[in-house]
Write a protein that binds this ligand. Sequence first.
Ligand code: XMP
Length: 510
Amino acid sequence: MEKILVIDFGGQYNQLIARRVRELSVFAEIIPYDKITCKEIKEAGYRGVIFTGGPNSVYDESSPHFDPGFLDLNIPILGICYGCQLIAYTAGGEICSAGSISEYGKTELTVCPCRLFEGIPEKSICWMSHTDYVKSLPEGFGITAFTPSCLCAAFADEKRDIYAVQFHPEVTHTEFGKRIIENFVKSICGCSGDWTAESFIETSVEKFRRELAGKKVLCALSGGVDSSVAAVLLNKAIGSRLICVFVDHGLLRKNEGDIVERVMKEKMGLNLIRINAQSRFLKKLEGVTAPEEKRKRIGEEFIRVFEDVASETGKVDVLVQGTIYPDVIESGKGDAAVIKSHHNVGGLPDVIKFEKIVEPLRDLFKDEVRAVGRELGIPADLVNRQPFPGPGLAIRIIGEVTRERLEILKECDAIFREEIDSAGLADQISQYFAVLTNCRTVGVMGDAGTYGYTLALRAVTTDDFMTADFARIPFETLAKASNRITNEVRSIGRVAYDITAKPPATVEWE
Ligand code: XMP
């Protein structure tokens, strides 16, 4: 498989670099600068190497460096920002602090003819963000671009296929950034771009068929995107030797348990065991009002349910985890199996006896997981589903979780989702749901007074869920949802829309 190595020096856009390469249908892998040697790079057969940006200055004592041997690998190299300075520094050039002329933001870039800049106009806009700059170039290198305040905005040794750019081609503010990365990956590294969802499935199926021959494999299905795609992919490889266990804790959204079961069992043909454990979970949640205690009890009960499953299935050889690439990068690549601390599978490996963990999606970003899911034929509404917390609706009911409150919330949440859907807003909102507060409120209905619950609606837009803004849903949609909820769910006396950003609030109420 054609692949590009992204050597990570700690810059903020590093994942974006890998994304840009993958958008060209070429596999890109991010590895920290101190976790790979020249020998490993050679052996792994990378077609090209990209050095990322980073927050350091090459002269800082603690700043990251690479083995000078990296430059003699005979593999094309592209250095970006800090990676660019590091190439110059390592090869014997001089780096200086730009001091008062440091550049941040959009700048006019002038490029000279060079393979990296093929098809790019002489003048365009690029995104700069640096305080150091390359003052003098090492032997063999020539300047290939400049800006009004940076004489050496790019340089190259075309004979050795080593290229360096001080600006960031990976961000959209760089007008021809995509083309620059494409020039590097396709024309300089010679990649054809054969890495697609289809080819990923084909290679994975072949690999797991071989690796898991004769093995008994268990997958804990949560109904979420990652575990569903992992299960369907493995099912394609090993069929009924994959046992999928779907624990329905009763805290899923309206009809969700049935939908997951129907789709996975009937449409996708999985060997699925559904465990209806609603009463068990409700019992554990009796009298509990503190959010963390709810999470803890739900997590523990999952383990208890799995202990029972384990006694029925007996020893399994392999456990499947739905770990995806961002989890791997965040927890430091190179570590052995990274076990996701999802609330719904937390602690599982301790109760199920197994020899090995398999993570079929550990190389994929979320949108790539969705693309694989679609290619596998999983219905769009399951593949495009918004994130849903492991403890489910329990943390969207403020105060005690009872059967009655759970039913009220399920109805209200379903109506809100229907209204968002029919207004055509579903694709524009990252996560939206209803919260049942424990605030009772006075109202009137006909001639009688009422004293119902206050329901809160929450909808956010976000890229990464670390920060979020409330979605600007049109009043008409909110009015329609509110009207339907108060008419159709008698115990609701008032509906409020949450207009808080994160921070200071979180996405969930608990
Ligand atoms: P917060 O509320 O922390 O939510 O701003 C950020 C994202 O995380 C989800 N979330 C959870 N997911 N178990 C999960 O699996 C949890 O306990 C949990 N709490 C929050 C939340 O839905 C949002 O997508």
